[in-house]
Design a protein around this ligand. Structure first.
Ligand SMILES: Cc1cc2nc3c(=O)[nH]c(=O)nc-3n(C[C@H](O)[C@H](O)[C@H](O)COP(=O)(O)O)c2cc1C
Length: 213
């Protein structure tokens, strides 16, 4: 006997959360973002940042490093010589994209970025950064530069050990903090019992509204 057709492969959404008010939803979204920084199991630990380029658009994953839910800011770190930094210098407006497959939840943030390299803000973040993370900023070659052979992103001497705190200081000059002021947040929850979509605007004025999915 032939097998009966398999059900669609996308995950079944067994829990349908109570939707609540727009204000409750907005608060919950910011708590989810905060969990991305504080809770190791969160699906919001990383996000895609999409930027505009002269040729069109570009996108890549970065780690969410800090969230200020009262002031509506998020931060990530990168190498100051990276292509994305040049792109953000040319056009500071960008988008952040989060996806939690377990909750079937997408958050899209429209942001205005500000680059911190040689200031007290970058210093503050750098001071708190573990040497294991600082190691990523010790690369001699500029990120994205062509290499004659595979290059791991740090000097050979650190292939199987971490730099000392003192050695890691050489990475400070390459360290950049990208501050993202959230101008707008869009929420989308997928569910067989109905999608939920809402927009939370912060600039030029605060406004929340449900949207047709
Ligand atoms: C899971 C994951 C996390 C990443 N986190 C960061 C990060 O926090 N900062 C960063 O600059 N690059 C991070 N990267 C690497 C970027 O996606 C990207 O490849 C790199 O920064 C070069 O991008 P650019 O040439 O567009 O500047 C991460 C990549 C992955 C897969």
């Amino acid at each position: 006997m032939s097998e009966s057709p398999k059900p669609p492969t996308h995950p079944e959404n067994t829990t349908t959360p109570t939707i609540g008010t727009l204000s409750e939803l907005e608060l919950s979204n910011w708590e989810q973002l905060l969990a991305g920084v504080e809770q190791p199991e969160s699906h919001f630990k990383t996000m895609t940042i999409a930027t505009g380029t002269q040729r069109g658009a570009d996108a890549r994953l970065v780690v969410l490093r800090r969230v200020d839910k009262a002031r509506k800011y998020v931060w990530f770190y990168t190498d100051s010589r990276a292509e994305k930094v040049l792109q953000l210098e040319a056009c500071p407006m960008a988008a952040l994209l989060f996806w939690d497959g377990e909750q079937q939840l997408q958050l899209r943030l429209s942001i205005e970025t500000r680059l911190h390299t040689d200031d007290y803000i970058a210093d503050e973040h750098w001071k708190k950064l573990a040497v294991s993370s600082r190691k990523a900023y010790l690369s001699g070659p500029v990120p994205g530069s062509e290499q004659p052979q595979p290059y791991p992103g740090f000097p050979e001497q650190f292939a199987d050990k971490l730099p000392s705190a003192e050695e890691s200081e050489a990475g400070r000059k390459n360290f950049a903090v990208i501050e993202c002021r959230v101008l707008e947040m869009e929420y989308l929850h997928l569910s067989r019992s109905g999608q939920t979509r809402a927009r939370f605007q912060y600039e030029p004025e605060s406004r929340m509204v449900w949207l047709a999915p």
